[in-house]
Design a protein around this ligand. Structure first.
Ligand code: ZN
Length: 531
């Protein structure tokens, strides 16, 4: 049976760039564009040339890629000709395969925001599509506020989409610009529109303001649209756009969609989806959402002991899809609620199978419970758990010793009369017979300690150059009578692997030191560093 083609249009670099706190550099944009191209989306909307210098320079030269590189911009201004509109002229000069125009499709906005007539708005759409077609570009029209517009005046909203289609635009895209539409409304309105314009010329652009952007997207697909717009990790203004990282696996893995449709994302690219998602978070310097569907650290986690023993017999019975398909993995929590079966399953996963009756298992379980009672959190710190288990059950190579460290924070007035705080750390490390003393300054005491610790590890230095700290979380716990600090550090390396380590102490520097040490030792072990 032949399947219908669905097209994916990514707007991480345009709508996603509107996210509060997100500021892409040109280099960021190029990196993300390459990543999207590898993922296999059909269109990469990279920005709005003319609106800011970065987007202008992005489109100033050809950026060869498999996906159709798309420039975003406005239709010609009311009362001007297409040839006499500098904004449109700049857009047509952009080195892009496709142009996505945005135009109003809600009669109220045409009158009040645009202060023009309904006819002039239609003429502006027609002229702009024609001008871009004449330049040899593929054309899309984003119909802004389409669903609200349709509810207010269906004939006019439809006329906007239709005039673009009739003028030769490849796609008329129905935008839920304020994100307020609900799935049943989207399904019904899209079905209406598909009676006037063929669905394989219609796209959906949903926002997440009622947390239904993904649901609205699927409602639109069911009703007939064949282009999906969205962003990586649901980036976007306010509550974000439809999340392609959730949409893609659903299209690929749920028979309802995978049997009817095909997309440009290969199985191999799908298996790297979690990595793509985390790479974007890294680039934005954000912690990954642990609870993100499909790709989050917790997406395939089981906590209860009774499930764990059954899971080992038949893992597939507990997951809605196989985690490996999206580059994730199943995880069984090792926590104080956990029983032996959780522990066995987790040991099995880290390549350390142990017999059920092995007495070392009880020792490990007791150790985990004791440590969790004083504040350690092994279910959040997979790498620290693995080290603890290996230390107790087998052995962790002894790579180096930190003989001593010294951290100080100094607050003073600098030459400009400003109050500044400077942190310094000195670390004395022993590797074999060699003693290394390293000092570093950091933007805080933990940063200084980390930099000093990783500055010179002698023969191990080459194994840790790709090590990076990607997240640092601190929590003050009330364990018993005294408050203690728990530090969780997330690290990553050149292979894209992520791991988390934990440290607990009454002293935040000490807790951080433990977590840093675990991270370095884990990395050395993982890289097969020789003892
Ligand atoms: Zn939008």
């Amino acid at each position: 049976m032949t399947r219908e083609r669905l097209y994916l249009f990514d707007t991480t670099l345009r709508d996603g760039a509107q996210t509060n706190g997100v500021d892409f550099t040109l280099a960021d944009k190029l990196t993300i564009a390459r990543m999207l191209d590898e993922l296999g989306v059909d269109y990469v909307e990279a920005g709005y040339p003319g609106a800011n210098p970065i987007d202008t320079s992005f489109f100033a030269e050809k950026r060869p890629m498999r996906a159709r590189l798309t420039a975003f911009g406005m239709t010609r201004r009311p009362g001007r000709s297409a040839a006499n509109d500098p904004g449109l002229t700049a857009l047509l000069q952009a080195q892009a395969d496709a142009i996505c125009f945005v135009a109003k499709s809600w009669d109220y906005h045409v009158r009040v925001a645009l202060e023009t007539t309904e006819e002039e708005n239609l003429a502006s759409i027609r002229d702009s599509v024609r001008a871009a077609k004449a330049k040899g570009r593929e054309v899309l029209l984003d119909c802004e506020h389409f669903f609200d517009g349709y509810k207010a005046n269906p004939q006019y909203a439809l006329a906007c989409a239709k005039v673009a289609y009739e003028e030769g635009a490849r796609w008329a895209v129905l935008c839920d610009t304020n994100g307020g539409a609900l799935p049943h409304e989207v399904e019904q309105i899209v079905a209406d529109v598909c009676r006037a314009i063929p669905g394989d010329h219609i796209g959906i652009h949903a926002h997440n303001d009622t947390e239904q952007a993904v649901a609205n997207t699927f409602a639109a697909v069911r009703a007939g649209v064949r282009q999906i717009q969205g962003t990586l990790n649901g980036l976007g203004e306010r509550c974000g756009n439809a999340n392609l990282v959730s949409i893609i696996p659903t299209l690929k893995l749920k028979p309802e969609y995978s049997q009817r449709f095909e997309i440009g994302v290969s199985d191999e690219a799908l298996a790297r989806l979690a990595r793509f998602s985390h790479a974007l978070d890294d680039l934005l310097n954000r912690a990954a959402d642990r609870h993100a569907p499909y790709v989050g650290e917790s997406a395939f986690v089981t906590k209860a002991g009774i499930h764990a023993s059954a899971m080992m017999k038949d893992p597939a019975a507990y997951d809605h899809v196989a985690p490996e398909r999206v580059g994730n993995r199943r995880k069984i929590l090792v926590s104080d609620q956990a029983g032996r079966s959780n522990l066995l399953a987790e040991l099995d996963r880290i390549g350390f199978p142990v017999e059920k009756t092995d007495p070392r298992l009880s020792r490990l379980l007791d150790e985990v419970k004791e440590r969790e009672a004083i504040g350690y959190a092994y279910e959040a710190a997979d790498a620290s758990f693995e080290l603890l288990a290996r230390r107790l059950l087998g052995k962790v190579p002894h790579y180096f010793d930190v003989e001593k460290f010294d951290v100080n924070v100094e607050q003073r007035i600098n030459a400009k009369g400003e109050q500044v705080s400077v942190s310094q750390a000195v670390v004395k490390v022993k590797v074999g017979d060699d003693i290394m003393i390293s000092a570093a300054e950091g933007n805080g005491p933990v940063n200084a300690l980390d930099l000093a610790l990783r500055k010179d590890l002698g023969k191990y230095q080459s194994y840790i150059t790709g090590l990076e700290l990607t997240d640092y979380r601190v929590r003050i716990l009330n364990a018993g009578t005294e408050a203690v600090t728990r530090v969780l550090i997330e690290s990553a390396d050149e292979s894209g692997e992520h791991w988390t380590t934990v440290g607990v102490s009454a002293n935040i520097i000490d807790a951080s030191f433990q977590a840093l040490m675990d991270s370095i030792v884990y990395k050395l072990m993982k890289s097969g560093a020789p003892v």
